[in-house]
Design a protein around this ligand. Structure first.
Ligand code: NAD
Length: 499
């Protein structure tokens, strides 16, 4: 299948992709897969105005009916799952199985949001005043700006958009400038559903193509009630203060530096499989990728030996080849950052295994690497950094408390896990003294979260939560209501104020 066939299969015709100032290349081979037009700041402002107008009517559509819309969107995604997954793999380089998984996540969050549309519950509270009732209402907010990263080019939009839409908001999506085609393909799927749904207003969901500057228009606009931004911590540092300055609502999903602790009682075969999937999946380019393994000294040698053997057997190549487990990095700059991190790690006392570029003759413009294992004498500066590539730092520990302290001693706080069959260790890990991350797993790796739980992390990961549980509350405003149905006007706290 050529890149052309892949884009055609999702309804992107060659004529739509042959002009524009943004060149889109596939990380598979560095070849051009399309050119798209970047929107100007003026066009972005027009989109925001359209989004505000769409919100004006969408908020009046009953929530279960908004859920019905999302149900139909899920059905359409089911129809187009394979074609969209193939484009995901072609545009961001993850293997086809992971591309399918990503589209499945979109479908799953649609299903979740449908149920949610009948469960936007508020509490009722007993009032201290006779003849009074108190309750909580949850109201839609307005336009939700969704800024996404290249590595989950479609699922993160769905996590946000499905919740934002069932809660009565309109959506403007600024995808990564590295993956605009998947966004345009999703918009086509969305339009197909919206065109057949009478209550869906024009501008309910829109795509804004551009780079950080285009995202900046959303971020700065007081007409964008919610900004949900996924990407690097540097991006969050730029976006956060701008939204804070205008008192907007923000959901930040930033970088991670995720660890696994492997204890003496761990099932080492299971730990090994979990390490390999979470460290090399998406070529180490997941926010939840495993980057640090902290291993008890008594099991260190057997585990690291098996890990090196498993790494040596990994098939690297085109993500569209079913037998391949490791696809390319997103581009040359990622490869350079990986190279430089490995040089620094060696300088800080690390022993590097793997990490070299491969398949350069077959793909001179594709950046394929052998995933690297780096044995470190301790948690040095480079280990504390998120390098968005398949580098796994391995360290030894002696006491469990020391291992937990090491895992927490980084500035990021996304995902974490422990492999142990000792309840004292696993419960300590899950206690207030344990992992300080937004996600803490036992006997599974740090990546591959299900949509039912709230997803996100602490510290420099930004504190946002998306997807399941009660993450929907971030897309609504809470209104506390007191109704007096008596013929008196008593004041709270028994205050006497006779007029
Ligand atoms: P990036 O920060 O380079 O870009 C992310 C998005 O932010 C892009 O759409 C980009 O155009 C936009 N952007 C950049 N600067 C901006 C600005 N000043 N104003 C508005 N928008 C701006 O990230 P990337 O390279 O695409 O993705 C990799 C990073 O994303 C990693 O750090 C990874 O951990 C993180 N990530 C986090 C999560 C999570 O849920 N926590 C999920 C996926 C990726």
């Amino acid at each position: 299948m050529t890149h052309n066939d892949v884009t055609l299969a999702v309804g992107l015709s060659p004529s739509e992709l042959d002009e524009g100032d943004l060149a889109v290349v596939s990380p598979i081979d560095g070849k051009l897969i399309g050119r798209v037009v970047m929107q100007t700041p003026q066009e972005a402002a027009e989109m925001i105005a359209k989004g505000v107008e769409a919100f004006g009517s969408w908020r009046d559509v009953p929530a279960p009916r908004r859920g019905e819309f999302v149900r139909l969107l899920g059905n359409e995604l089911r129809e187009q799952k394979e074609a969209l997954a193939r484009l995901v793999s072609t545009e961001c380089g993850k293997i086809f199985q992971e591309g399918l998984g990503e589209v499945q996540e979109m479908i799953d969050i649609c299903d979740f949001a449908v149920g949610l549309s009948r469960q936007l519950y508020g509490l009722t509270m007993p009032s201290e005043r006779p003849g009074h009732n108190m309750r909580e209402l949850w109201q839609p907010m307005g336009v939700c700006g969704v800024i996404t990263a290249f590595n989950f080019p479609v699922a993160v939009w769905a996590w946000n958009a499905c919740l934002a839409m069932v809660t009565g908001n309109s959506v403007i999506w600024k995808p990564s400038e590295k993956t605009p085609l998947t966004a345009l393909a999703v918009q086509k799927i969305f339009n197909k559903v919206a065109n057949n749904f009478p209550e869906a207003p024009l501008g309910l969901a829109q795509v804004l193509i551009g780079d950080g500057a285009a995202g900046g228009v959303l971020v700065a606009s007081p007409d964008v009630a919610i900004i949900s931004a996924t990407g690097s911590t540097d991006m969050g540092r730029a976006v956060g203060p701008v939204v804070a300055a205008r008192f907007g609502r923000i959901i930040l999903e930033l970088g991670g530096n995720n660890a696994m602790i492997v204890t003496p009682s761990a099932d080492l075969d299971m730990a090994l499989r979990a390490i390999v999937f979470s460290a090399v999946g998406t070529a180490g380019q997941r926010c939840t990728s495993l980057r640090r393994v902290i291993v008890h000294e008594s099991v260190y040698d057997p585990l690291i030996d098996s890990l090196k053997k498993a790494y040596a057997s990994l098939k690297i190549g085109s993500p569209l080849d079913d037998s391949v487990l490791v696809g390319p990095l997103i581009g040359e700059s990622s490869f350079k950052r990986m190279e430089s991190a490995l040089i620094t790690a060696s300088g800080e006392g690390g022993t590097v295994c793997g990490g070299k570029r491969v398949l350069a003759e077959e793909y001179p413009d594709g950046y394929y690497v052998m995933p690297a294992i780096v044995e470190m004498p301790g948690q040095t500066d480079i280990v504390r950094l998120e390098t968005f590539a398949p580098i796994l730092y391995v360290m030894k520990y002696v006491t469990f408390e020391e291992a937990v302290a090491l895992q927490n001693d980084v500035s990021q706080g996304l995902s974490s896990c422990v492999f142990s069959n000792n309840v004292r260790e696993t419960e300590y890990f899950l206690s207030q003294r344990g992992s300080d991350c937004g996600i803490a797993n036992v006997n599974i790796g740090p990546s591959g979260a299900e949509i039912g739980g709230a997803f996100g992390g602490e510290k420099e990961t930004g504190g946002g939560r998306e997807s399941g549980s009660d993450a929907w509350k971030a897309y609504m405003r809470r209104q506390t209501v007191t109704v007096n149905y008596s013929e008196e006007l008593p004041l709270a706290q028994g205050i006497n104020f006779e007029v």
